[in-house]
Design a protein around this ligand. Structure first.
Ligand code: BGC
Length: 755
């Protein structure tokens, strides 16, 4: 308390005395004059070393994702030379570090504590790729808000999320962290996540249950060649602006406080040294006034990238590119002073970076009270609240995609009398349920499928038998005999298979995306029993399921659903929740098709739909061009019939709008939810355009026997792209509209855009 008064008094006294530091280039994030004044007041007291300290972030001894930087942080912390620490994760631990930082340092500037709170903190939600399949922006915002509430109760004020990289290549392990392949949906999800973590307005950040968000990784990290993590990226400015930028622009517009650089290069320039990305686009064009942090040791990595001969030059490139904070590299800490003295970096550049960082600390109220987040009682009361667990279960329900369901294998209703063989390495697995980036989620306490099913079918005539059958990763057939034996005793088989959680995530690229180890082999043996098989998958990427699709009766993609995984899946298996999710990434027929995405270009030699075998066309000799399961695809236990869609006019004027309507009737036996999708194609333009682009969707609740009409409004501004002259806008001409239940199963309409 004493310390709090001291800091406030200090700031007030300086606030009145005016500030001499040049303010050019700095526009505050909040736009609040009082905060600006306070930022300047503190800045005017700081030495160059202290400023550089604010631009320095180190990891405490928590989770690490790169080389351990052999730096004892304590001496720097005590001198006030560390602006931020990440991976410190409890009130007790954070309090200790904050006390150290404030006890002896000259200006007693509070440290900002960050952490990777990606899909939950203690209560783990479905991985972001799974959650995106819900297309449910309300639920997505809610899961981020709960994650923020739990993390902030543990003393954390900043998350390195959302990850909003567009992902088109399932070999890349980090597809599990994103919202899939579509830019339009990705941008909406980015906005929902940012607002979930931070609140709707910067002033909400003062509340102790919100945290700063971080839009990462800027940019095009998901376009890594061959799907190999950290690999080279070479995309055009057109692709950047049309495909990769929009979710980041949406995050910026939603008020995201921070951005993170990406590890990759783009067309020869590593992102962390890219003036184009951080100064020209982010800070100048988009007027982003928060701050930029590097990814883990990304400045140091400019040396092996080959654009800096040593770390001093790397620091120069990064800071001049507009990168404000160095994550764990220690490169700013050890080099910026010399660079300023040598005139290679201006003090103004340093000041502007520091202002951005200090402003966030003011907005969070850390200068009012550096301990305001730290309350053991709140920490204890907040984590794993029953309503958080319930929310995780419900979002889990909405994330499960039913890929195939012959003879209505699912649902398995409670009124039946059945013996079910539960076979596979995922049946009792708890440790993989959370997936990667599961923060403080307790891997051993997440509900397995077995936990969920045994609880769900308690006191019914559904009986379960179990055999693991094989390992998740390692090949081996030792368990097959027992599994087949168990399967023979049952009426039906539920096979639960997938990927070990750390087979998808950072540094978890795969060249073969079939079920790992001997799992498919086991399925082949199970098939020989002649029993109906339902396959429940838990994994972090689209898999190659060509064999399974041909041979297995039903397939349910359950991803990694987090703490309540087993219960979420059991709700769907029994039919308490009718699946409604739709894929946000195409599932390829084999890895050779990758990258594969629905909003591709036509080429000069497209394959005619009525002649998929035509020679000298853009096609494969050994596999179809189309994915196995397209973007937007997913089944329900009920059936939906689409009417012929209508359009209010064949002409769209520049300031006008068109209405597209379609009526959907639930013709099956269950109430259900349907995600109706609207796509558009600009048929001829000055540059090539995708064959389809999602421009709208509606998630409708339709009771059995009932019909609901979905209306979509199309306006000129929805049709913009980067034209031949590099300006953003539209061109008059013919457009196609597609309405349907996935990106392939659509009905077509037309209109013309006129000047
Ligand atoms: C990842 C980032 C993450 C950071 C800190 C890096 O390896 O790429 O996404 O935020 O580590 O854990």
């Amino acid at each position: 308390m004493k310390r709090k008064i001291l800091i406030s008094a200090l700031i007030l006294s300086i606030a009145g005395s005016g500030c001499t530091t040049s303010k050019s280039e700095w526009h505050s994030y909040s736009g609040d004059k009082t905060i600006e004044h306070k930022v300047d007041s503190v800045l005017s007291l700081m030495t160059l070393e202290e400023k550089i300290g604010q631009m320095t972030q180190f990891s405490s001894h928590g989770d690490i994702t790169g080389p351990i930087v052999n730096e004892d942080i304590e001496p720097y912390l005590k001198k006030g030379l560390i602006g931020s620490i990440f991976n410190a994760v409890t009130v007790e631990g954070i309090r200790k570090l904050q006390e150290q930082a404030l006890a002896e340092s000259r200006l007693k500037i509070p440290v900002l504590f960050g952490y990777d709170v990606v899909h939950g903190f203690k209560t783990i939600f479905p991985i972001p790729l799974a959650e995106s399949c819900s297309w449910d922006l309300y639920q997505i915002k809610k899961s981020a808000a709960i994650a923020a509430e739990e993390a902030s109760a543990a003393g954390i004020a900043w998350t390195f999320a959302p990850m909003i990289d567009i992902v088109r290549d399932a070999r890349w392990g980090r597809v599990m962290e994103g919202a899939g392949e579509d830019t339009y949906l990705g941008a909406l999800i980015a906005e929902a996540k940012v607002k979930g973590f931070q609140g709707n307005h910067w002033k909400d950040l003062y509340n102790t249950n919100t945290i700063l968000a971080c839009a990462k990784h800027f940019c095009a990290y998901g376009a890594a060649e061959s799907g190999r993590d950290y690999n080279t990226v070479d995309v055009s400015d057109r692709t950047l602006r049309e495909v990769y930028f929009p979710p980041f622009k949406a995050a910026k517009d939603a008020g995201v406080a921070t951005f993170m650089t990406a590890f990759n290069e783009i067309s020869g320039i590593p992102c962390t040294a890219s003036k184009y990305l951080f100064r020209d686009v982010l800070k100048d064009e988009w007027q982003f006034n928060g701050f930029v942090v590097t990814d883990y040791t990304a400045i140091n990595e400019l040396v092996p990238h080959g654009v800096a001969q040593d770390e001093e030059q790397a620091a120069e490139l990064a800071v001049n590119a507009g990168v404000d904070m160095d994550m764990t590299g220690g490169v700013y800490l050890h080099n910026l002073k010399t660079l300023v003295e040598e005139g290679k970096v201006s003090e103004n550049t340093i000041d502007n970076a520091v202002r951005r960082i200090l402003e966030m600390k003011f907005i969070l109220g850390l200068f009012d009270d550096p301990y305001r987040y730290l309350d053991e009682k709140r920490e204890k009361e907040t984590i794993l609240k029953p309503e958080f667990l319930q929310a995780a279960r419900e979002i889990g329900n909405r994330s499960i995609v039913l890929l195939k369901n012959n003879n209505q294998f699912f649902p398995i209703t409670k009124d039946r009398q059945l013996t079910v063989a539960l076979i596979g390495p995922m049946v009792k697995n708890r440790t993989s349920m959370n997936g990667e980036w599961s923060a403080r989620g307790n891997k051993n306490e997440s509900a397995s499928l077995f936990d969920g099913l045994t609880e769900k079918y308690k006191n019914t005539n559904i009986k379960f038998l179990y055999a693991e059958g094989c390992d998740l990763k390692e090949p081996g057939t030792e368990g097959f005999a027992e599994a087949i034996n168990i399967a023979r005793k049952a009426d039906i088989i539920i096979a639960a298979m997938g990927e070990d959680y750390n087979w998808s995530g950072e540094a978890a690229s795969r060249s073969n995306i079939k079920l790992p180890g001997s799992q498919q082999k086991l399925l082949k043996e199970l098939k020989k029993t002649g029993k109906p098989i339902g396959l429940v998958l838990m994994n972090g990427r689209p898999l190659d399921l060509s064999w399974e699709d041909k041979n297995i009766d039903a397939i349910m993609e359950a991803w990694y659903l987090g703490t309540m995984a087993g219960h979420s899946i059991a709700d769907v298996i029994v039919g308490d929740y009718n699946p409604s999710a739709k894929l946000t990434m195409s599932f390829p027929r084999n890895a050779g098709q990758l990258p594969i995405y629905y909003n591709r270009k036509n080429t000069g030699r497209p394959l005619p739909e009525d002649n998929p075998k035509m020679d000298y066309r853009s096609s494969y000799l050994d596999v179809e061009n189309s994915p196995l399961y397209p973007f937007g695809y997913g089944l329900s236990y009920t059936t939906f019939q689409y009417s012929k869609p209508s359009i209010s006019s064949g002409i769209l004027t520049k300031n006008g709008e068109l209405k597209v309507s379609v009526t959907i009737t639930n013709t099956g036996n269950y109430d259900g939810e349907e995600i109706v999708q609207l796509y558009i194609q600009d048929v001829t333009a000055s540059v090539t355009r995708p064959i389809k682009e999602l421009k709208g969707f509606q998630k409708l609740n339709i009771k059995k026997g009932e019909s609901v009409t979905a209306d979509f409004i199309i306006r000129e501004k929805d049709l913009g792209f980067l034209r031949l002259d590099n300006t953003w806008g539209t061109e008059p001409g013919e457009y196609k509209v597609f309405v349907g239940n996935d990106s392939e199963n659509v009905q077509e309409l037309k209109f013309s855009l006129v000047e």
